[in-house]
Write a protein that binds this ligand. Structure first.
Ligand SMILES: [Zn+2]
Length: 69
């Protein structure tokens, strides 16, 4: 499951969250929704730094480790 990292424009808090399609991320500090989406390195599985996971919608391809589990 992809993990997204955000930075809140209101309080500059950075946090990571799991997002399902349709979910809206909110800041855990101020509940703000004015967030800047960051590229999270945590969403990339081990051994494949070139996978698009975390930066784009990821298909359930076997080569992609982010959909396992
Ligand atoms: Zn905030």
């Amino acid at each position: 499951m992809p993990i997204y990292e955000f930075q809140c424009r209101q309080c500059d808090s950075r946090f990571e969250t799991l997002l399902r399609s349709g979910d809206v991320a909110t800041c855990p500090e101020c509940s703000g929704e004015d967030l800047k989406k960051l590229i999270s390195a945590h969403a990339v599985g081990s051994g494949r730094p070139d996978t698009p996971c975390g930066s784009a919608p990821c298909s359930p391809a076997p080569m992609c480790g982010c959909d396992s589990g």
